[in-house]
Design a protein around this ligand. Structure first.
Ligand code: DUC
Ligand code: ZN
Ligand code: ZN
Length: 479
């Protein structure tokens, strides 16, 4: 048969295997994987390239509107669905899962409809949505959530901190119980709100209001305690739980203990926790705001613990937590030119640099092998968030979301080579080896040799199935 597209001569990497083969693509899907394919309307030579499943970034914030009291402090997000998905594609990511945020006093269903209308016709790759519940009223718990979960929004995030978002332990139990009934997968931002408030008040009273004091107001014990409590809360109704942005060894020990008790707990970390430390917040003037995120980057010991747990399989997924605030009066400095750390929006950008950073720091430096890289950046996200096998692997029948990866190319990361709308990258000057050369979404080349080829708007909304974390056999594979 004549294929629409053949990827010839590459080295394919999946979450389990690395092998040389050709890929034949038909109707946007992988139609065959074979030793040698001849007839293609288009043939891409992938000699000396790796062929990877398109990256899935399952933690990114795009076009989240401002609301008083939110973590964003009224700052404007520089990236919407168009620029965010383009930046992702240039970094080898073909699927993104941003968030739909419910604001207190508002309907969750209306929030979801609003995000759908803002994302529709904007993205270059495909997308789904996690829901964020900030007001779990009986209507939300009994009507809105069940209907939304059944319509393909099967992942829900809750916060234990941020004044406008946080839920009480009792409210968290309520959301967990609905998730149990509907088999949704729960994500949690685990930090102890009361301790943060107490420490931040003390620091402010002592005149310690610089960006580095943000880190001092959120020591790792704050995350460790909340992780322990969240596990306990999840154990009561019995729901699997995803810990997003785990920043060091102590919360990971809580996660390991929970698993040892037989509980299904999933751990995510992000590039900023591997490459930045508290010292990046301790810069002249307000420059440290560029590295401010929550939880904050920690120290070399925390970084070493994260690498150990990436290597030994404790950490399951690697996402960016892209939170696109410019270092200007609309973004990080929204509260004025001399804000207290408390008035600076939390978050760093990273959609485009996620894969190159993990490849370079992980695979090239010999810490992880290629299958583990693929698992962390694509396959595990696809399974966990109900997108597998359509996304996240190179198998017959899957969407042809592929990245031709040049494993030898050396790049110095600077903000001017990136495609997001943020005016800085926290990874400025970092040298990496390995870069995406050609990025394919459903059989269509969307990025080729540094040029955008896909039309924004071609991306499709993805209904998510039930998470693999709810499936017994898969659960055993996770733990
Ligand atoms: N922390 C969050 O909780 N969300 C967005 C970014 C951040 O730093
Ligand atoms: Zn968070
Ligand atoms: Zn986040």
């Amino acid at each position: 048969m004549t294929f629409e597209l053949i990827i010839r001569g590459g080295t394919i990497a999946t979450a389990s295997d690395v092998f040389k083969a050709d890929i034949g693509i038909q109707d946007g899907r992988i139609a065959t994987i074979a030793d040698r394919l001849i007839d293609g309307l288009q043939v891409i030579d992938a000699t000396r390239k790796l062929v990877l499943p398109g990256g899935i970034d399952a933690h990114c914030h795009l076009d989240q509107p401002q609301a008083p009291g939110l973590a964003s402090k009224g700052a404007r997000m520089a990236d919407g669905f168009c620029s965010g998905s383009i930046s992702a594609a240039f970094g080898g990511t073909t699927t993104i899962l941003p968030f739909c945020v419910q604001h207190r006093g508002k309907s969750l269903t209306a929030a979801v409809a609003d995000y759908h209308s803002r994302a529709a016709g904007q993205t270059v790759g495909d997308y789904g949505f996690h829901l964020i519940v900030s007001d779990p009223t009986p209507v939300v718990l009994e009507q809105e959530l069940p209907a939304l979960i059944r319509s393909g929004h099967t992942s829900i995030k809750v916060y234990m901190t941020y004044e406008a978002m946080r839920l009480s332990d009792r409210q968290i139990l309520d959301v967990f119980e609905t998730a149990r009934q509907e088999k949704a997968i729960m994500l949690i931002h685990a930090e102890n709100h009361e301790i943060i408030g107490w420490l931040a008040d003390r620091l402010e009273r002592a005149g310690q209001t610089r960006p580095v004091d943000h880190a001092r107001s959120r020591p790792i014990a704050v995350e460790r305690e909340a992780t322990h409590r969240a596990v306990t809360l999840a154990e009561i109704p019995g729901v699997p739980l995803v810990f997003v942005h785990v920043s060091g060894g102590e919360p990971l020990e809580e996660i390991r203990r929970a698993r040892a008790r037989g509980h299904v707990v999933i751990a995510e970390t992000c590039p900023q926790y591997l490459l930045l430390t508290e010292r990046d917040l301790d810069m002249p003037g307000l420059l440290g705001a560029k590295a401010m995120c929550s939880p904050p980057p920690r120290d070399a010991q925390a970084q070493a613990a994260l690498w150990q747990r990436i290597e030994d399989g404790t950490i399951d997924i690697f996402n960016s937590d892209h939170a696109p605030y410019c270092f200007d009066a609309e973004g990080k400095l929204k509260a004025g030119p001399d804000p207290s750390f408390r008035a600076i929006a939390n978050g760093v950008p990273g959609l485009e640099t996620r894969l190159p950073i993990l490849f370079s720091e992980g695979v090239v430096k010999g810490r992880i092998d290629l299958p583990r890289f693929v698992a962390l950046t694509a396959t595990n996200n696809a399974k966990l968030y109900g997108l597998h096998p359509r996304k996240g692997s190179i198998v017959i029948g899957a969407d042809a979301d592929l990245v031709l990866w040049d494993p030898d190319r050396r790049v110095t990361i600077t903000n001017d080579i990136l495609h997001h709308n943020v005016d800085y990258t926290p990874f400025e000057g970092l040298e990496v080896q390995g870069w995406p050369e050609t990025v394919i979404s459903r059989g269509e080349i969307i990025v080729d040799k540094g040029e955008l080829k896909g039309k924004p708007g071609r991306g499709r909304f993805l209904e998510q199935d039930t998470s693999s974390a709810w499936k017994k056999r898969e659960i055993e594979a996770w733990t």
